[in-house]
Design a protein around this ligand. Structure first.
Ligand code: UD1
Length: 417
């Protein structure tokens, strides 16, 4: 078990690089399964969820190597067609092998990922789309088996713009016969990055980033090389870290148009946000105003930044309302923020946050990845020391966050207990 010990009060200052995107890397690593041979993916962050995806690919028979932030995946000898419960429990996104395995090998079995700390998270949209393409889906004893001698292009309407369903269906459709239209598809930048990678492999996809994606099936794909986009959620977390400490931080390796909703909300609070081509400077220091936030699919305010933004609102001047519309159980950080002195009321999917003049250190627990990030941000401004337990949740999605924050002046150490 590892913990963070944080002493708040320092203003963050300096320059920090955001790493490559976790949520772009995961589907792209899974997409390597579509072409036989060695694909090379650059700027893949070194974090736990990526290690799990590497284990999943190895379990299926691929040879996977990491050198620094470059991962090579050789899928020439895939000989296993199921992902067991142990691997699926380690990370939900292991389900991203469903589409590519079905497309290339015509059969795959995965353990049903089930719910998680932030909600029930069904897979009905992934499965509905695969069925429409002609796959036979069996759900038995907690496992999902998909089989199809041939997949056929078709029109799929997603009841909601699910990121994972859009990615799985794109990866299934690339080798289907004919044209697939995914309507009401997710528009996240990670979907655009997946399209770029798949097209490099020889796929014929247009429309990623809009709500209709058109995929003309091709007969085969080959391996490819790609550099993943920067992680907009890591960048966003660092932006809020600058804001909450009244700091002045330049974040490099970013694509500012990927976090426009967050930048707009930060500006509304009175924080200065100055984007350049591939950097953003965030300068706080004045009073932080309370603003309301409602999470939305991209390009709306991301659910993955909701807990961190709430940490900022706990010390804002006035009352803010934060509404979560994507996941039904994403307020686990509230009880921990309250232990630190925050004044937050929860009413269904809405929270009412009355800003307080100071937070105080406490022993708190990270319940999931972004909830853990929110606790770090609160600890950076709390009086006295804070201990954050269960930080393995934070390691799932942040690559050495304590090093990055420490280099900016935060007093944060990792303790092995
Ligand atoms: C991805 C991100 C995650 C982010 C989320 C929403 C990755 C690896 N993870 O997760 O960080 O928080 O997008 O931006 O990229 N849903 C259904 N049926 C389905 C699929 C989804 O009802 O078949 C629902 C989910 O329960 C949830 C909503 O749709 O309420 C959005 O989920 P989805 O976009 O699929 O999230 P993930 O792809 O799992």
């Amino acid at each position: 078990m590892q913990k963070y010990m944080i002493v708040g009060g320092n203003r963050l200052q300096g320059r920090v690089r955001a790493g490559g995107s976790k949520n772009a890397s995961l589907p792209i690593l899974a997409a390597c399964l579509l072409g036989s041979g060695r694909s090379i993916i650059h700027d893949v962050p070194n974090l736990k969820d990526i290690t799990v995806m590497m284990e999943v690919l190895q379990h299926l028979g691929a040879t996977v190597k990491r050198e620094g932030n470059t991962i090579t995946v050789d899928t020439g000898s895939i000989d296993t067609f199921d992902v067991n419960e142990e691997l699926m429990r380690k990370m939900r996104a292991s389900n991203l092998v469903l589409g590519p395995m079905l497309a290339r090998f015509r059969k795959v079995t995965i353990s049903h990922p089930g719910g998680c700390n932030i909600g029930t998270r069904p897979m009905n949209l992934h499965l509905k789309g695969l069925k429409l393409m002609g796959a036979e889906i069996k759900e038995r004893y907690g496992y999902i088996t998909a089989e199809s001698p041939t997949l056929a292009g078709t029109e799929i309407y997603l009841d909601m713009p699910s990121v994972g369903a859009t990615e799985n269906l794109m990866m299934a459709a690339v080798l289907a016969k004919g044209t697939t239209l995914i309507k009401n598809s997710a528009k996240e930048p990670e979907i655009v990055d997946l399209q770029i990678f798949l097209n490099r492999m020889g796929a014929d996809i247009k429309g990623a980033g809009t709500d209709v994606i058109k995929i003309n099936g091709v007969s085969s794909l080959c391996p490819a090389e790609h550099t993943v986009i920067p992680d907009r959620i890591e960048a966003g977390t660092l932006m809020v870290a600058a804001a909450v400490t009244g700091g002045d931080v330049l974040i490099t390796n970013v694509i500012p148009e990927h976090f426009e909703a967050l930048a707009a909300k930060l500006r509304e609070t009175g924080v200065e946000v100055t984007p350049e081509e591939d950097t953003v400077r965030v300068k706080g220091g004045g009073p932080v105003g309370a603003v309301d936030v409602r999470t939305q699919p991209y390009p709306g305010f991301p659910t993955d930044m909701q807990p961190q933004f709430m940490a900022l609102m706990t010390v804002a001047q006035g009352t803010s309302i934060i509404t979560e519309t994507i996941f039904e159980n994403r307020f686990k950080h509230v009880s921990e923020l309250r232990r630190m002195g925050a004044d937050i009321k929860v009413e269904g999917q809405t929270t009412i946050i009355k800003g307080v003049s100071k937070l105080s250190g406490a022993v708190v627990e990270a319940s999931d990845l972004r909830a853990g990030a929110a606790l770090i941000l609160a600890a950076l401004v709390a009086e006295d020391g804070t201990v954050i337990e269960n930080i393995e949740h934070i390691d799932r999605g942040y690559d050495r966050l304590e090093k990055k924050l420490g280099a900016l002046g935060a007093r944060i150490i990792r303790v092995h207990s």
